[in-house]
Design a protein around this ligand. Structure first.
Ligand code: NDP
Length: 331
């Protein structure tokens, strides 16, 4: 512990608002881990849409300053005396609060060792979206070979993961995105049907594609939210599943459950942590995600690596819909 600095660079907000509320402070204290925590020296941190929700107050917080970031990779810099299985110097990646800074102290519940075959930055780029896509593809709606599934924002970070997982399973992936370039990327990753929802009537297109396959998709995975939710209910087949997993276009307004009745639909609003609350669940899913990366079953697409100091620009880019795949920060 004695060689650790006392202060560090940290991405903070002190209020909800636009990208200008993001500050890089240089004198944030380096935390001392409790007996049950590890201290990680972060090398790369992932950027996720959830950072924007917290900054804007879509997911409000009452406690400021708030350090942004939910995932990172790095090395263990200190270990609390009750912690087992981690040692100083171990290369790890984790899910946890306050990842966009140099040092983060956290309970090791969601900390995983990174296998040697994974290049620098890729664990930070893959751990959150990879585990989300895998848990949702297994547990929110279990995608099966031959299913028609609709994936909105399919060229985004989460979207490209789910497209690849569904392809490995053998499903027919219908991908939406806001540009033909984005759709081409989704196609390279395994999407079979492509719909530009900025220029095409995506509801009519999905109905046409699935007219001989049960009259709709078996499931829709929707991280867009407000703009697509009503259409989701139209394109899902009888007994199908709507997985409403995010709000990139805004939150889905209050909803009358009787709307599920005509087709006996299932509707979920899952969050990642509900599937990995127990250590065994996290270990199994993180191992599988890393194995799939090492074996080349899935490709982690890093759109751009930004220096930590450019985090506000990175958030602007993500929010402006100009990015594909994953954005990461080099710390
Ligand atoms: P993405 O890289 O997918 O970026 C978001 C994409 O959403 C954009 O690229 C854009 O794609 C699309 N989009 C549609 N409408 C808008 C809009 N009005 N403003 C901005 N973007 C819009 O981000 P992530 O991979 O980080 O997240 C994708 C979704 O998954 C988010 O909703 C996120 O909250 C959710 N998520 C949920 C989790 C959970 O536990 N429930 C965990 C992880 C992610 P296009 O231009 O093609 O429309």
């Amino acid at each position: 512990m004695s060689s650790l600095p006392k202060t560090q660079r940290s991405v903070r907000i002190n209020a909800h608002g636009g990208p200008d509320v993001i500050e890089i402070v240089t004198d944030a204290p380096v935390p001392t881990p409790t007996d049950n925590e590890v201290l990680v020296k972060n090398t790369y941190a992932g950027l996720n849409f959830i950072d924007i929700y917290f900054r804007k107050g879509v997911y409000p917080t009452s406690s400021f300053p708030l350090t942004l970031g939910r995932e990172a990779e790095g090395t263990i810099a200190a270990v609390g005396k009750s912690v087992q299985n981690f040692e100083v110097g171990d290369k790890v990646a984790y899910l946890g609060v306050g990842a966009q800074q140099e040092y983060t102290a956290l309970d090791p519940l969601h900390v995983a060792h990174v296998p040697s075959g994974i290049p620098e930055g890729v664990a930070a780029a893959g751990i959150l979206q990879g585990i989300t896509a895998l848990t949702f593809a297994r547990e929110s709606y279990e995608i099966k070979k031959g299913d028609y599934v609709l994936i909105h924002a399919a060229a985004g970070g989460f979207g490209l993961w789910l497209v690849q997982i569904a392809r490995v399973i053998g499903a027919h992936v219908i991908a939406t995105a806001s540009s033909d370039q984005k759709l081409a990327i989704a196609q390279e990753h395994g999407a079979e049907f492509l719909i530009n929802y900025s220029t095409q009537d995506w509801v009519a297109e999905v109905k046409e594609i699935t007219k001989d396959a049960g009259g709709g998709v078996a499931a829709v995975f929707d991280g867009v939210g407000k703009d697509t939710f009503d259409g989701d209910l139209e394109v899902v087949r009888r007994k199908g599943t709507v997985v409403s997993l995010g709000n990139a276009s805004g939150a889905v307004p209050p909803f009358t459950i009787a709307r599920l009745a005509p087709k006996n639909l299932k509707l979920l609003r899952p969050q990642l942590f509900g599937y990995i609350a127990e250590r065994g669940e996290f270990e199994a899913y993180s191992k599988e995600v890393f194995d799939w990366i090492v074996e080349g079953k899935v490709k982690v697409n890093v759109h751009k690596t930004y220096p930590l100091e450019e985090v506000a620009q990175a958030q602007k880019d993500l929010e402006s819909r100009t990015t594909t795949g994953k954005l990461i920060l080099k710390i």
